[in-house]
Design a protein around this ligand. Structure first.
Ligand SMILES: *Cc1c(COP(=O)(O)O)cnc(C)c1O
Length: 395
């Protein structure tokens, strides 16, 4: 078997060598606790402040508005649970969408079942985009929070975040966005988009795993999430994950610096991959918006093919892909996102997500499409549905 072709960068990315390099001293010689008073610990404290500044700069935010967490899921949980607690005297209604990540959806279910929240899950159109009229219509005097993801992790669709932020602002409603997939892939300015809270995660941008942040606009009332010491302006206690934070800052600053050029290259490769798949393989459909999509996302459904078998066959050639989000693969329920854009169950089951990374080459994609063509044909040849379909069409 040849080399591995990694096309699952929406699930996680390789920690960049420079990022690992930046982190290493904070595991070994510079191990001080940022809260300690002596000069030695000051080095750790400075490193945390530097990383906070690096991240704030990418968003046009202030460093005091960045709160480190243990990842994207924690940031999402915090935003929803703590905003609900802080604003529940005003109302109990939260608006979100049907295509959010489970870190949002399952938190909403919890708030609904256990905390008395009322949740509206907005539909999306066939391209996976929220309709602004639907959002406007869903708003009531009880609405305290709108949470709409910046870009979808499965089908890559990018939401009209600026317009949503404007609507939230006009109605005096808090606006949170899960930007885990969009951060450093799409330019984001929290002021221009009226974003009050934003979640992000290190391991999706060639940084380390287990570190994320929640941006909280100054002035937003929000409860602390972890009680204990005074870290993170008393809002999220616990000794800082200094190496993780340093790596995250380095990853963000590196990814932001290369964003324009890198994403232009990715878009070209993405569209090349989409074009080859959709012209060279019959009975295939692209999922997600053709242009309002993440630079690295390809999601297609093959009729008469079972997605899990497709993944296993690709794996046998060293090609790593996904049939949906990593959290849902392994279960046989079709992805909630693919159902939300209106795909019938049997089509949703034949879906494949390929997400490019900064190291992906055209050769990788050519090899992938060549294998994919053979695999799809082989799987169809074993499918009774395909056999029936072909018989009907020959008549
Ligand atoms: C990966 C991801 C998360 C979860 O982030 P973790 O750091 O893995 O907890 C949340 N939302 C979206 C959109 C994601 O892609």
């Amino acid at each position: 078997m040849g080399k591995m072709i990694y096309l699952d960068n929406a699930a996680t990315t390789r920690t960049a060598p420079e990022v690992v390099e930046a982190m290493l001293p904070y595991f070994s010689e510079l191990y001080g606790n940022p809260s300690s008073v002596y000069d030695f610990a000051g080095k750790s404290k400075e490193a945390v402040i530097h990383a906070r500044t690096q991240i704030a700069d990418v968003l046009g935010a202030k460093k005091e508005e960045i709160y480190f967490t243990a990842g994207g899921s924690e940031a999402d949980n915090w935003a929803l649970k703590a905003a609900f607690e802080a604003y529940k005297s005003k109302g109990n209604h939260i608006i979100t969408t049907k295509i959010e990540h489970h870190a949002i959806l399952h938190t909403c279910e919890y708030l609904e079942k256990e905390r008395g929240a009322r949740i509206t899950y907005l539909d999306v159109d066939e391209n996976g985009i929220v309709r602004l009229e639907d959002l406007e219509k869903a708003i009531t005097p009880e609405t305290i929070l709108i949470s709409v993801m910046f870009a979808n992790n499965e089908i890559g669709s990018i939401q009209p975040i600026k317009e949503i932020g404007m609507i939230a602002r006009e109605h005096g409603i808090l606006f949170h966005t899960d930007a885990v997939q969009a951060f450093c892939q799409v330019p984001i300015n929290v002021d221009e988009c009226n974003i009050d809270m934003l979640s992000s995660s290190g391991h999706k941008i060639n940084g380390p795993k287990g570190i994320g942040f929640l941006y909280i606009r100054k002035g937003v009332k929000i409860r602390s999430f972890v009680h204990g010491g005074a870290q993170e302006r008393k809002r999220r206690a616990g000794t800082e994950n200094v190496p993780g934070i340093v790596g995250y800052g380095a990853a963000a600053s590196r990814a932001a610096a290369s964003m324009e050029e890198r994403t232009a290259g990715e878009i070209e490769l993405r569209d090349y991959l989409i074009r080859r798949i959709t012209t060279e393989i019959p009975y295939v459909k692209l999922n997600g918006h053709p242009s309002k999509r993440l630079p690295n996302n390809v999601n297609v459904s093959f009729q008469f093919v079972e997605g899990e078998s497709l993944l296993l066959m690709l794996d046998s050639y060293g090609i790593c892909g996904s049939s949906g989000s990593a959290c849902t693969s392994g279960s046989l329920d079709p992805s909630h996102v693919l159902l939300a854009i209106g795909l019938p169950h049997e089509i949703a089951h034949g879906s494949l997500r390929l997400t490019l990374g900064e190291d992906t080459t055209k050769e990788d994609l050519d090899y992938t499409v060549d294998r994919l063509k053979e695999i799809v044909q082989n799987l169809r040849n074993m499918s009774p549905l395909y056999e029936d379909f072909m018989k009907k069409h020959k008549k």
